[in-house]
Design a protein around this ligand. Structure first.
Ligand SMILES: Nc1ncnc2c1ncn2[C@@H]1O[C@H](COP(=O)(O)OP(=O)(O)OP(=O)(O)O)[C@@H](O)[C@H]1O
Length: 429
């Protein structure tokens, strides 16, 4: 039987849900977000049904904290009517489903029944063999351009030279870095990834270099930094272009001398580490502007791999989309892209590259979970990033739709307003 936790700081709402479910499932209630997190430390639940609007800790915070502590319970968020932004954010944070108020209890029951079915099937599968499919991330590469990148990667992997990976945000630089490690002779060693931008500058030095006890207030014991943690393995430093000047100097020294000294330390520690750097800014330009040290730049770019943006390798779009459908389809049915959705994806510019595609697919799956087909409108693409259609394509769509304008707009995956604007632009009667 499913174990369900209901979280809502409104007594009435809480009791209504409890009443509806307690005869079918084992139900507990939490009075607010803090209480819920406490309960989850002690007990395990299969499903958490949580209200979004709560004092102190809101529903998304509860979800984030759960996931951070490794709790994978199925999460259902209850949002106010019409707050689709919150809902999409919740899905991106790993929620399974959202319900906007007011909702029918029968709907909630239907969702729980589905969850119960899929959990019991999952348990059966696990008994036979653990699904290792997604343990190692797969790399999808169908375009000649990206295949070329992988070839280059494979050539570089076996040597120990530092590598600089460049490319826009979300193109897959970390994926490439991991592969370099996986195909290198260091593959059994650690892969340590550090996003230099995510750590406050004041902490970055001690995190990278480590520190000795007493080096500064709060350093109550010694700690090895990321350089040391990567011994015999690979250190991946992401967003290297944003490193502050004095840290650039210190990094250069580590690279030149192959050793590191902890903050407050007296001795140099020899390093056996392979370095991979990544940046989405133009380092050469930063050097020209005097914001990045030239001597460091030349050390980093011994071997350079440029990962092209997704819009320059359209052959990868559909295979990637299908891969993400497989990866995030937690529903009990097959879900596929409609032809219109495929066409639309091929026209989209993806300013956020593969990461954006991944998020788009995750959010669209939830909309398509009952029909099994992702329609163009389910993708929620921003129209300003869709490549402008030409006259031929519009006429073609009209023909396919038997001159029905509404249908034609749907086939193209654009709003009716945009469609009418284009009809006017091309003087199509
Ligand atoms: N070729 C690919 N095959 C499968 N998944 C991919 C591929 N490329 C990227 N991804 C996925 O897309 C997301 C973004 O990739 P990644 O984190 O490597 O990008 P990035 O360039 O390092 O981004 P940033 O510049 O923001 O650090 C990840 O979830 C990754 O798993």
């Amino acid at each position: 039987m499913l174990k369900v936790l209901i979280v809502d700081d409104d007594k009435n709402s809480r009791e209504v849900i409890k009443l509806a479910l307690e005869r079918i499932y084992e139900v507990e209630v939490a009075l607010n977000g803090v209480h819920a997190l406490e309960l989850m430390k002690k007990n395990s639940y299969d499903v958490v049904i949580c209200d979004y609007v709560m004092n102190e800790v809101d529903g998304i915070e509860v979800l984030k904290k759960m996931r951070k502590s490794g709790n994978n319970a199925v999460f259902i968020l209850i949002t106010a009517f019409g707050s689709s932004d919150t809902a999409i954010k919740a899905i991106q944070e790993g929620a399974f489903e959202y319900l906007s108020k007011p909702f029918k209890m029968s709907k909630l029951k239907q969702i729980l029944a589905e969850i119960e079915k899929s959990l019991s099937e999952k348990k059966k599968e696990e008994a036979v063999e653990t699904n290792k499919d997604f343990e190692d991330e797969q790399i999808i590469a169908d375009s000649p351009v990206f295949l070329e990148v992988l070839k280059q990667m494979a050539r570089i992997a076996s040597s120990d030279v530092p590598v600089l990976i460049t490319g826009e945000s979300g193109v897959g630089k970390e994926v490439v870095a991991k592969s370099i490690h996986k195909y290198s002779k260091r593959k059994k060693g650690p892969f340590v990834a550090v996003n230099c931008n995510a750590i406050p500058p004041s902490l970055l030095e001690s995190e990278l270099f480590g520190y000795e006890k007493g080096a500064f207030t709060g350093a109550d014991k010694s700690k090895p930094g990321y350089f040391e943690q990567a011994q015999k393995g690979t250190l991946f430093l992401d967003e290297i272009g944003d490193l502050e000047f004095d840290l650039q100097v210190k990094l250069l020294r580590v690279l030149q001398e192959n050793c590191v000294r902890r903050v407050g330390g007296m001795k140099d520690i020899k390093l056996d580490v392979r370095y991979i750097f990544a940046t989405n800014v133009d380092l050469e330009q930063k050097v020209a502007e005097g914001k990045f040290r030239a001597d460091l730049y030349y050390r980093l770019k011994v071997a350079e791999i440029r990962v092209p943006p997704l819009r320059e390798r359209t052959e990868d779009i559909i295979p990637l989309a299908n891969y993400f459908i497989k990866k995030y389809n937690f529903y009990n049915r097959e879900i596929r892209l409609s032809q219109g959705a495929e066409r639309l994806l091929l026209k989209y510019r993806f300013p956020g590259n593969v990461r954006e595609l991944e998020n788009i697919i995750r959010a669209s799956l939830i909309k398509a979970r009952y029909t099994g087909v992702i329609m163009p409108g389910d993708l929620g693409l921003k129209e300003e990033h869709i490549k402008e259609l030409n006259r031929e394509e519009i006429l073609d769509a009209l023909k396919k739709a038997g001159n029905n304008r509404k249908k034609a707009a749907e086939i193209l995956g654009i709003s009716r307003a945009t469609f009418y604007r284009l009809l006017k632009k091309f003087s199509i009667e």
